[in-house]
Design a binder for this molecule. Structure first.
Ligand SMILES: Cc1cc2nc3c(=O)[nH]c(=O)nc-3n(C[C@H](O)[C@H](O)[C@H](O)COP(=O)(O)OP(=O)(O)OC[C@H]3O[C@@H](n4cnc5c(N)ncnc54)[C@H](O)[C@@H]3O)c2cc1C
Length: 574
């Protein structure tokens, strides 16, 4: 029987330790609150879990001294398939035991969902780009103003920390094309007009000894600073300790800071399956705890807390709400946005590159995965984005809404020569030109629609309950903006001198930037507390009101999570 005066296991339980969960835990720990974090996936880089993919290991860790960069580097080994295979890779959405199947999601259309379980969540393989939202996508649209977010952006930028990306050959070529195409340089973090700029990235500055031949590569990778290894996606390993790893995933930035407070303990391998609630005479329905399942043993446990924060990501937070039987709300799971990506690449002749860069290649495998961008508020972003060969081939020639280029070639007058999947001799030729190819990711200002949603399947269940079903069909307005971005990106490539331009026409449901399935103003109030369940807060991408105009979403989640922690501390623990 619920008794508000009785003891609780913690002040706050946080569900999920990814982009948002790690932040809220650190902020609340610093405020002096006792925080327990339940994370569904494994913990890489902690002495309690020496062999996290094959043995259950410990239960909890709340000690900064448990962090172990040796274990981290053994697992983050940079082999493309070992790291990224969505079925059995390190960065999959599934249990720690990689011999078992990933957790099921039903997709109602062509596409793929790129999310990772584990401490750090999907930031384990994010590219660390940390721009702010477009003010025009917030002011007069969100229930809070852009100005309200600014101090929290500043705090997150200082904590991560965020700095402008260095220029490697691909960025130099991008700037050359962007300037020739007429885009002005933007010198602000608050983007209100179109232009180009270096990316603000949560990646430590480049190691100052990188070009000094006295330092062997291995030594450099054990020192502080980015080694420009082009490996953000496959898992960054540059750094002397877990908290000094160059790419600032939540695992290496906020989680160590949370542990340092002495107030935060994290339990990996623990899938939350139900939010526990009770009727309080004063508050009405309120959260009082969480039921979770140990992913190794299958045992179900319960923990209680004065407040609960959901940060399980845009698919699992609504799933958990629905599977917990919380009050009906027509907007739970609704309004999914995704930046409706596309991918455009250009192949360059050696001579052209020698003239512009003084070198014969773009070296797509060097530098931050993405170091420069063109911003077009109202339409979106195109940003230079190059990766290791397997991933780049997959995104450039292997994955398309348009099908095969040979069967469905571009219309006359279109600015690309190839659209869709390439095969046979054409594919071989393109792949041989990998080192002279510059590719760009396009992020669309995606219209927020009620029909785009996460729901749970009425019949299909896995060990954690009814499985999520994802529906996403972009609006004509979103598709028009995406097409405009593809044309702008192609023009920049043409101005830079590309000889062949490829538009992948990426499947619309290629999901990396999921947002807005538990929208502020519909599911939560402006403190990010659920309207219908007191003391239940949301601190992941799902609480965004929209897709923030196209910029990469995580910094906005981190800023909001910082603010939410402050609101929780003031409202319930003053
Ligand atoms: C390849 C790639 C590149 C990206 N690059 C960028 C970038 O450069 N910049 C940017 O801003 N964004 C980027 N993103 C997006 C970024 O990763 C997300 O915006 C961010 O991780 C979202 O944070 P979140 O807290 O909403 O979810 P997540 O980070 O996914 O965290 C959710 C966590 O909750 C856990 N969880 C889920 N369900 C449960 C449950 N029931 N119980 C317990 N735990 C649970 C999960 O295991 C996970 O650890 C990228 C994404 C991908 C895939």
């Amino acid at each position: 029987m619920y008794n508000a005066e009785a003891g609780f296991d913690a002040d706050v339980i946080v569900i999920g330790s990814g982009g948002g969960g790690g932040v809220v835990a650190k902020e609340l720990g610093e405020a002096g609150l006792k925080v327990l974090v339940l994370e569904a996936g494994p913990w890489y880089g902690n002495k309690q879990w020496q062999h996290p993919n094959s043995e259950r290991g410990g239960e909890w860790s709340g000690d900064y001294n448990d962090l172990d960069v040796g274990i981290y580097k053994r697992i983050y080994n940079a082999y493309e398939n070992n790291m990224n295979d969505v079925v059995s890779g390190v960065f999959r959405f599934g249990p720690a035991d990689r011999r078992r199947t990933p957790w099921n999601r039903v997709m109602r259309q062509k596409g793929a969902i790129w999310q990772a379980s584990g401490v750090g969540g999907t930031t384990q393989h994010y590219w660390a780009q940390s721009p702010r939202a477009y003010p025009a996508a917030v002011d007069g649209i969100w229930p809070i103003s852009y100005q309200e977010l600014v101090p929290y952006y500043e705090k997150a930028e200082a904590t991560l920390p965020v700095q402008f990306a260095p220029t490697t050959p691909k960025e130099e070529l991008f700037y050359y094309g962007a300037q020739k195409a007429g885009w002005p340089l933007l010198k602000t973090l608050d983007i209100t007009t179109p232009g180009y700029r270096p990316n603000p990235n949560a990646i430590l500055p480049t190691n100052e000894h990188l070009m000094d031949p006295r330092y062997p590569l291995e030594q450099l990778s054990n020192m502080e600073g980015c080694t420009l290894k082009g490996n953000c996606f496959n898992g960054c390993t540059a750094g002397p300790s877990v908290d000094k790893i160059a790419k600032r995933s939540t695992l290496v930035s906020y989680v160590p800071l949370a542990l340092k407070t002495g107030n935060v303990a994290i339990r990996p391998n623990s899938f939350a399956i139900k939010i526990l609630t009770a009727q309080d005479p004063k508050e009405g329905l309120r959260a009082i705890g969480v039921q979770f399942r140990d992913t190794w043993t299958g045992e179900v446990g319960e923990l209680t807390a004065r407040t609960v924060v959901m940060a399980a990501g845009c698919i699992e937070s609504p799933r958990l709400w629905l599977n917990s039987g919380l009050p009906q709300n027509a907007w739970v799971g609704r309004g999914l946005t995704n930046h409706c990506f596309d991918w455009v690449a250009g192949v360059f002749d050696e001579k052209v590159l020698l003239n512009i860069l003084g070198s014969p290649a773009v070296y797509p495998y060097v530098g931050h995965t993405s170091g420069a961008r063109v911003e077009i508020p109202g339409t979106g972003i195109f940003q230079v984005s190059c990766m290791s060969p397997g991933l780049m081939s997959y995104l450039t020639y292997g994955f398309s809404e348009a099908g095969y280029d040979a069967l469905n070639p571009p219309q006359p007058g279109e600015p690309w020569q190839i659209r869709g999947r390439a095969i046979g001799p054409q594919l071989k030729e393109l792949m041989m030109n990998y080192s002279r190819t510059m590719s760009m990711l396009l992020l669309t200002d995606d219209e927020t629609l009620y029909r785009n949603r996460v729901e749970v399947d009425p019949l299909l269940k896995d060990e954690n309950g009814p499985v999520p079903v994802i529906h996403y069909t972009p609006s004509p307005k979103t598709l028009k903006r995406r097409d405009q971005l593809a044309r702008h990106a192609s023009e920049t490539l043409r101005q830079a001198g590309a000889t062949t331009i490829i538009r992948s026409d990426t499947p619309f449901s290629f999901m990396l930037h999921l947002e807005s399935t538990m929208r502020m103003g519909y599911v939560t109030d402006t403190n990010c507390e659920a309207y219908q369940v007191k003391r239940l807060f949301i601190a992941d991408n799902s609480v965004h009101f929209n897709g923030i105009g196209g910029p990469n979403p995580t910094l906005t989640t981190q800023a909001l999570a910082t603010r939410t922690a402050e609101k929780i501390a003031v409202k319930y623990f003053a």
